[in-house]
Structure formats: C-alpha cells, structure tokens
Ligand binder design. Structure first.
Ligand SMILES: [Zn+2]
Length: 540
C-alpha cells in the first residue's frame, strides 16, 4: 500500500495570481494549493491545475495579488469590536458635528447606559479639547466616557464624573493629567493615568457582550485581509479568547499579551498550560513607558515645541520598568513595551541592553511598540540589540497633519523612521493599534509607501526620505509580524507546510501607482484553509 506516499488532497487551489510568497529565495509564483489547514504547493498555474480533484475549490485570482495573510502586530481587539457598536466620532470634523453625533447616539440608548468608545480627534477641528459642558445638556441621563482615538485621554460628562465620585478639586494622579478650567474645576478631560479615576465606574461588559465584540472584531478584520493579530490587553480579554477557542470559534489567530507587571502570573500560567496553539498563543507581556504625542504625554528629551515648559511624562518609573523587564526575561517571557517619545524609547532601549547583558544571550525579540519619535542616535540600536520596532504606518499619515507643530521640524526628521530603521537592519513589524486606527493593512501599506498625510497637504510625502517600498511594507505585515511573535516557522509566508493563511487582493500592489494602493480591494481572506471572507461581487 502506498497511501502514505500519496500527495495530500488539494482542498483549495488559487490560480492565475501574482503570488508574492514572502520567501526570499522564491518571491513570486502564479498559484497556491492548500490542503486542509496547510499550504501544500506553491508554483505555476499548470502545475497546480494538474493536482486538483473534483473536490477542490478552484479560485481564479484573475491576475490579482496573492499574499500571505496579514499580521496586525498591535491591536486592542475587544475594544475595537465594542467600539463598532458605539458612537462613531473618529471623523467628526467640527465641535458641532461631535456634539450632534453624541446627541443622536444618546437618543438611541436606554437612560442610564454608559456611552463609551467614540475615538474622537480634536485635531480634526484645530486642537481645542472638548469639554463636558459641550454635551451635558444633551446627555443628562447617560454617563458619557468617550476616548480620544489614541486612548490616552478621554472626556467624561458630568453624569460620569458624578458616578465616579471625582472630587471637584485636587485629586491629581501620578502619570496623568486632569484638565481644569480657570476656576480649577475639571473640564471633563482626563489624560493617561488620570483615566483611572473614571474607568472603575464603568460597568464591566457582560460575557455575552464581549463574545459579540470578539465576533464583530473577527469579521471586521477578515474583511481587511487580517488573519492574525497581536492583542495588547488584559487577563479578562484572554478569558474571552479562551472561551472562543474552546468552542472552536476563532477565525483570527491571536497572540494575546497581558500586562507586564503581571509577569509572575504569566510565568505560572505558561508553566502549567504551555503557550497555546496556532489559534491562541500566550507568552507576551505588554508594558508602557509613556503616553502619546497627540495628548502631549509622550516623554521627550526636550520640551514640546508648542508647550515649552512640558516634555511629557512617564506612566511608570524606570525602576519598575527595569525590574519587570528583567524578571519577565529571566522567566523566558516576551517583553513588549509601548514607547513613543525619544526619551521613553531611549530609556527602554537602555533597559533592554542592560537586561541582555545581565541575563545573557537568548532569542528574546524584545519589542518597542510605536517607536514613533526616535533620537537619531538610537535608530541603529534597534538592529544592534535585536529589538523589533512594532510600528503603525497609518499613525504617520494621521499625526503627520499636526506633529511638526508639536515637535518641530528637526525632530520630525526621525519620526516614523521606517526607512532608517530598515536600512540599519531592524526587523519591522507593522500593525494598526486598532481601535486607535483602522485595522486595514492596505491603508498601512499606502501610508508607509506614500507618507501622504490624511489632509493631502503632503502629496510627495511627509518626510519623504522615510518612505519604503511596497515589498518592504508587505514584509512588515507578514514575515515581520510572524517573527515578532515567534511564529515565523508556522506562518508569515506562502511556503509549503505552513498554515494556509492567504489573502487575495484585486490588483498587484507592486504594479500600480502608489497613491492608488488604498483603492485596492480584498477579494478573499483564508485562515487555516477556510475562507472567512469573500467579496460578494467577486465573480469567480
Ligand atoms: Zn495600543
């Protein structure tokens, strides 16, 4: 009997594509054959046609691009899913529009229901911060606690402040700011750690709400070609993912990071249960050094250009960050740290360097999330120390509208330094930071390749010397993302034997004008050999 030698049955065959494999030795092909949850063959259309059977599902890519499933290396998956069902403020262009949308949404929910999410951006109307007085009269019966799109500040209405028992004066919080009016009363804006004054008053979502949010999030990212996410969240989030995985309901692969300060609990959990499977993995810890540029809470070496007495803040002490990083590393856990300002990035790079020296060589893949405003001298240190810059190119074209106002032209030159990092040999991983930005890799690739800001004021690109190529950006969203979570032997490229995570795009991104990349459409998203999204009018 020779059954064991029979080539595996082909379940899905994708032919006539511009197949970008992500494999340096064989970057391009025409066709891909999948067998169950794995990739079986990558080759020519004729070769793969010869392998199909009546049971094979044949997909004609019609010259479109076939790429490895996108890895979004930084999301807040459940907040993203929850926000889909809440008030939408991201594109509110004026205070009047902002107020009108909240009014409409408040009319659609029960009295007493908290209104959260929102993702507003005061930079859309020139930078004036919203205040509770704008919305108190239209939301008398609903506590409102809505965040700026970066999650580093949020607006509470008076009902929310009352529910949270915020004192009328005093009560300042380390690592945070309470914005006050001329009389010292809080305006309703709470930044970074000051958000902890309101957060505990928000009722916890029920398990059913969280399950729904996860399902909505998986659908939303599948439509965008995302097959894997690195989730930055909590132990409670992990429980939601575990419930879905047990019920075999995951359609997105999740690497779920938990807070860095809880490294001891993660060490014990990994010892007891391992790191999980290809759908849900643990082993990562996420910490914070500073806040964000848009909230003026990024930690800078020199003051902000538009706020000369302010150079941002640290949300944790250097001593804590060192001790958590070192302890987690000794337990062979993966340390992932948010650092945005040049002072924050320098501080965490120094900690990584020290921990590596003290704990000895190891494949540790330390990550700095965002890595937005890097001091020029620190750029080569990413490659030297093997630290992964995990970046969100969409932020560059979003912040690029106003960032120079905040940091000045000199510091802007090493901002979102994709090209300099790449040229010094750093291994980039790209993502969105959804809910902060849309989880849309095609937008991210457009952003990294063109650097055209959202207001279209930089048609040749904002800091154009930091542009990278389509293939560089694709690598950061595929092989780079897989590497950043220690999964490059299982996914990230179209390689026989790897997981069958495949995306079909309606055009070859390397053959079109870069400014049209964002017009490209995802036709199919396949995860583990299963079609999880297909465009309705994709006539195949
Ligand atoms: Zn984030």
């Amino acid at each position: 009997m020779s059954t064991s030698r029979q080539p595996p049955a082909i379940t899905i065959a994708i032919v006539n594509g511009a197949v970008w494999t992500g494999e340096p030795n064989r970057p391009w092909a025409e066709a891909v054959a999948l067998s169950g949850e794995r990739i079986a063959v990558v080759g020519s259309t004729s070769e793969i046609r010869s392998r199909i059977s009546p049971e094979t599902r044949l997909i004609d890519a019609r010259g479109g691009m076939v790429v490895p499933g996108f890895v979004d290396s930084h999301v807040h998956f459940l907040s993203g899913g929850m926000n889909l069902a809440s008030v939408q403020l991201r594109d509110a262009r004026t205070p009047a529009d902002f107020i009108a949308r909240i009014k409409t949404f408040a009319a659609s929910v029960q009295p007493g229901t908290w209104i959260t999410g929102g993702d507003w951006d005061h930079q859309n109307w020139g930078g004036e911060l919203p205040q509770r007085s704008w919305i108190d009269s239209i939301t008398p019966n609903n506590p409102v606690w809505i965040n700026r799109l970066d999650g580093h500040m949020a607006l509470a209405n008076t009902a929310a402040m009352r529910a949270a028992k915020v004192p009328p004066s005093g009560g300042d919080v380390a690592g945070g700011t309470i914005v006050r009016d001329g009389s010292g009363a809080p305006t309703g804006i709470f930044k970074d750690n000051a958000q902890d004054l309101i957060d505990p008053a928000v009722p916890d979502p029920t398990a059913a709400m969280l399950d729904r949010a996860l399902d909505a999030a998986m659908t939303y990212v599948a439509e965008r070609g995302v097959t894997s996410v690195d989730h930055m969240g909590t132990w409670a989030d992990l429980a939601v993912f575990e419930r879905a995985n047990k019920a075999r309901k995951l359609r997105t692969r999740i690497y779920a990071a938990v807070p860095l300060s809880t490294w001891g609990r993660l060490r014990d959990t990994v010892r007891a249960r391992g790191q999980g499977d290809s759908w849900l993995r643990i082993g990562g810890l996420k910490g914070f050094v500073d806040g964000s540029l848009g909230s003026h809470t990024a930690a800078m070496m020199k003051p902000f250009t538009d706020a000369p007495s302010d150079s941002g803040l640290l949300v944790n002490t250097p001593e804590d960050l060192y001790s958590w990083t070192s302890s987690a590393d000794k337990s062979h856990l993966h340390v992932i740290v948010h650092a945005i300002g040049d002072r924050a990035i320098n501080l965490q790079l120094n900690i990584f360097e020290r921990v590596e020296r003290e704990n000895g060589p190891r494949d540790r893949r330390f990550r700095i999330e965002h890595a937005q405003h890097i001091a020029a001298a620190d750029i080569p240190r990413f490659a030297e120390l093997g630290v992964i810059p995990s970046m969100q190119p969409y932020h560059a074209i979003d912040d690029g509208r106003w960032a120079e106002k905040v940091i000045g032209p000199e510091r802007a030159r090493t901002t979102y330094a994709f090209r300099s990092l790449r040229d010094t040999g750093a291994r980039l991983a790209f993502g969105s930071d959804w809910f902060v930005a849309p989880p849309t890799p095609l937008e991210g690739i457009y952003a990294a390749v063109t650097r055209r800001t959202l207001d279209d004021k930089h048609p040749g690109g904002w800091i154009p010397e930091q542009k990278i190529t389509v293939e560089d950006a694709l690598r950061a969203y595929t092989t780079g993302g897989a590497y950043a979570s220690f999964q490059e032997t299982e996914k990230g490229s179209l390689t026989p034997g790897k997981l069958a995570d495949v995306v079909i795009i309606d055009r070859d991104l390397t053959k079109i004008a870069p400014e049209t990349i964002r017009d490209a459409k995802i036709e199919y998203t396949i995860v583990g050999g299963r079609v999880v999204f297909e465009r309705v009018n994709a006539a195949h």
